[in-house]
Design a protein. Structure first.
Length: 202
């Protein structure tokens, strides 16, 4: 995270995996995260959303006592991160296993979506002494949070896997609208996926 006048610029952190063995039938890798003291698994059956929408309004989780480290085990998943305190408050990550575990800092609104094939994500969390699962997983709706709605309207920064590395993409969308056409699903032993966008003049 880099401090700048007007807010905080966020450079997202991905904890890399260490591949021990990769064959057409077997994937064997170290997925450890230093300091993790909690783990949960989120399975999306088909095109699920976490948390689910509030009618026509998106909902987001926000943690005050837990840092997430989300690693895709199966499939791929799109994460949306929003933090009104950042200079660039809106990030969209097309996460696959090769990118490693996506870190979600405390105080960051987030949600995730899967394609029709579904996905499995392992979250190796770092929790402080005040962590309470009854309070950490309550969805926040765009319907009732003005600050969240405003940050959501900012042009997003996209994070994708391309040419065997993580790429940060920010488009100059003035006068244009951006829509996602397709997200590939891994078809080879080494996890590879990509996103295709369509840029249209408004």
């Amino acid at each position: 995270m880099i401090c700048r006048k007007g807010g905080l610029q966020m450079l997202l952190h991905f904890v890399p995996i260490n591949v021990f063995r990769e064959t057409p039938q077997v994937s064997f890798f170290d997925a450890g995260v230093n300091g993790s003291n909690g783990a949960d698994v989120v399975i999306h059956h088909k095109n699920a959303i976490s948390p689910p929408d509030d009618g026509n309004f998106e909902q987001y989780y926000i943690h005050n006592h837990q840092v997430d480290h989300n690693l895709v085990i199966e499939g791929s998943r799109k994460f949306t991160l929003i933090n009104p305190k950042w200079d660039e408050p809106h990030h969209v990550i097309f996460l696959n296993r090769a990118m490693g575990a996506l870190q979600i800092p405390i105080g960051t609104y987030h949600r995730s979506e899967s394609g029709k094939e579904g996905s499995i994500v392992l979250n190796q969390a770092t929790r402080d002494d005040m962590f309470d699962q009854r309070k950490e997983f309550s969805p926040v709706s765009l319907r009732s949070n003005k600050q969240l709605r405003k940050a959501r309207q900012a042009h997003p920064v996209y994070w994708i896997w391309e040419e065997e590395r993580i790429k940060r993409v920010k488009l100059d969308c003035k006068g244009y609208s951006l829509s996602l056409i397709h997200i590939s699903e891994p078809t080879r032993p080494r996890v590879i996926s990509y996103a295709v966008f369509c840029l249209k003049k408004k």
